[in-house]
Design a protein around this ligand. Structure first.
Ligand code: NAP
Length: 252
């Protein structure tokens, strides 16, 4: 199936990797629903996208709000009757990040507060599951449904536990654990849906210059969206239940 005419919902698409993913997917002819918790910011982003020739519409979607999730599903059902692509892109990193000379956050696992853990998991894990479950009936109506969960290389238990790995000293506990839990959701949902036309994958965008990634990040936005776009447009014979960066598998 060509990507032209597909319908995609991208959460947290008002800025950063989400907005750039919207631009690149939109350029392929995909209709973009710009999820944003602040509708005004979503409308501004949709306006920019339309200016670039993308068919874009803003949707008010605070992913932690059940009312917003339900309203988004209703709107998509009424306007399109199906959803082809869901990109769970919205995310937060709330860990204290007292920098050291190497630029890595200081490991503060032993003092990570219950609030930071709770709030991080609420957005990065519980909301993703709730939104995906709400939208699954619409994704099942697609001839080739694709679910992309924006994870992080910091979620890799293998690399976190291996001295000398590129992320061994990057220990933001709440964030890393929430994305590891998200990866578990990817594996479990992909298994349940393995005999359907829906593919579910986790992606690591790279360390990208955004508000979250910071100015010191080595990757530009334009490259940071490539993994999400690839996973959103996978052909029917592509894998499901994997963890990828730029087409390469990452260790769980
Ligand atoms: P960003 O620039 O900070 O953007 C995050 C987006 O998520 C914003 O649109 C933000 O909305 C939205 N968001 C946060 N909480 C939300 C909520 N409750 N409901 C709806 N939207 C919400 O971050 P980014 O770098 O583009 O990150 C995008 C994804 O990539 C995240 O899942 C992140 O964990 C992942 N990632 C990023 C990097 C990196 O280096 N940048 C590396 C690995 C993984 P507001 O504008 O309203 O705050």
């Amino acid at each position: 199936m060509s990507d032209r005419g597909k319908i995609a919902l991208i959460t947290g698409a008002n800025k950063g990797i989400g907005l750039e993913t919207a631009r690149q997917l939109g350029k392929l002819g995909v209709t973009i629903l710009v999820g944003a918790r602040d509708l005004k910011k979503g409308e501004e982003a949709a306006e920019v996208l339309r200016g670039a020739g993308v068919d874009a519409q803003a949707i008010k979607l605070d992913v932690v709000s059940e009312a917003d999730r339900t309203a988004a599903a209703k709107l998509i059902e009424q306007q399109y009757g199906r959803l082809d692509i869901l990109i769970n892109n919205a995310g937060v990193m709330l860990d204290a990040r007292g920098g050291d000379s190497g630029g890595w956050p200081v490991n503060q696992t032993s003092s990570t507060s219950e609030k930071v853990l709770h709030d991080t998991f609420e957005t990065n894990f519980f909301a993703v599951i709730a939104l995906t479950q709400t939208l699954l009936p619409l994704l099942r109506k697609s001839p080739a449904g694709r679910i992309v969960n924006l994870s992080s290389i910091l979620a890799s238990q293998t690399l976190q536990a291996t001295p000398g790995s590129p992320i061994y000293d990057a220990k933001t506990f709440a964030y890393d654990a929430s994305k590891a839990a998200l990866n578990s959701f990817t594996i479990h949902l992909a298994h349940e849906l393995r005999d359907t036309k829906i593919k579910v994958n986790s992606g690591h965008p790279g360390w990208v210059k955004t508000e979250m990634g910071g100015e010191g990040a080595p990757m530009e936005l334009v490259d940071g969206a490539i993994t999400s776009v690839q996973l959103a447009t996978l052909p029917d014979d592509a894998p499901t239940g994997g963890f990828f960066h730029m087409g390469e598998a990452l260790p769980w």
